[in-house]
Design a protein around this ligand. Structure first.
Ligand SMILES: [Zn+2]
Length: 324
């Protein structure tokens, strides 16, 4: 189990069980791709590995956790396709928690990525978090600590994870994957030290295409080429999901350009330094600020079923109107 960087988080995890009264639950928070699940598995391995230097990383228990098949490490799955948990999913955890572990001292429940689940659903887990059976340990994760109810946070230890440095990320990807160095460099340049997002970028998902679309659109805006902009937006407009992600990434680039214009360095996820710089050199902060609001406006339109190609066309026209 490799945890890159995040020394404070690992130290906090190691400290969890050193005191007299070990907690029965933790909250792990941090951006998507920053290693919440990896840290959760590290903590599960710490609890379930029977060797003295737990997690040893070599025993059957550690190997099963690594492969997501340990019977006492329960990764709860959301039953809605949106990724949200139903109340019933959480109630099941509560009712199953009375059952003794299969082969370990603990049953570790991981309820990951709660972000899309209504905040109030956490109340279902309150009793379990307050008075858990002796053998139960619960790990909850979400992107932001603010997602969690104060009543939950007051009863658990919370640990934050963050992106690592670009160098650490690049070194990890070079050592642990078979991707070409050139592709790794592109991924790190776009996603920074977010290992999970770099892996998604490299996996051939649409993320890479969307990053390239957004960069191309931003460069077209910077060079004042309405034709190029319309061309790339038309390509984006062929698929709803690609359009949504590309527009979000375009917004990140323009926002970085605004930051640069104000003399600050900003590097949002999936942004392009080159395109942000070109935009900042060409347009005033005021103009960039106006462009920055457009992707969100059209994203909302698309969500409410505006015609995708038409939306892309008018986005292009509106940008042209601002840039002159
Ligand atoms: Zn072990």
């Amino acid at each position: 189990m490799v945890i890159v960087g995040n020394e404070n988080a690992v130290a906090a995890a190691d400290k969890l069980f050193s005191g007299e009264r070990a907690p029965h639950g933790i909250v792990i928070y941090g951006d998507r791709g920053c290693g919440k699940k990896t840290l959760a598995k590290y903590i599960a391995a710490k609890l379930l590995c029977k060797n003295t230097s737990a997690p040893c990383g070599n025993c059957k228990s550690c190997a099963m956790i690594d492969d997501d098949c340990h019977p006492d490490f329960v990764m709860v799955k959301p039953s809605l396709s949106s990724g949200a948990y139903r109340l019933e999913d959480l109630r099941n955890v509560v009712s199953e928690s009375v059952t003794a572990p299969n082969e370990s001292e603990y049953t570790v429940y991981l309820i990951a990525d709660l972000d899309k689940t209504p905040v109030g659903a956490q109340n279902t887990l309150l009793k379990l978090i307050e008075e858990p059976p002796q053998h139960v340990f619960i790990i909850l994760t979400a992107c932001s600590k603010e997602y969690f109810l104060p009543t939950v946070l007051s009863r658990v230890v919370s640990i934050g994870v963050s992106p690592v440095t670009k160098e650490q990320c690049s070194e990890y990807l070079t050592k642990n994957t078979k991707y070409k160095q050139d592709d790794i460099n592109k991924a790190v340049s776009s996603m920074g030290g977010n290992i999970g997002m770099c892996l998604e970028y490299l996996s051939g998902s649409t993320l890479r295409t969307c990053c390239e679309n957004a960069e191309e659109a931003a460069l077209a805006i910077a060079s004042g080429s309405e034709y190029q902009l319309l061309k790339v937006l038309t390509v984006c407009g062929k698929n709803r999901e690609t359009a949504e992600t590309s527009l979000k990434l375009l917004e990140n680039i323009v926002r970085d350009a605004v930051m640069l214009g104000m003399g600050c360095e900003g590097k949002a996820l999936g942004s392009s330094e080159k395109a942000a710089r070109n935009l900042a050199e060409k347009y005033s902060v005021k103009k960039l600020g106006s462009i920055c609001t457009l992707p969100e406006k059209y994203l909302t339109g698309i969500k409410f079923n505006a015609s995708l190609p038409a939306a892309m066309g008018s986005l292009c026209a509106e940008i042209k109107e601002i840039t002159g």
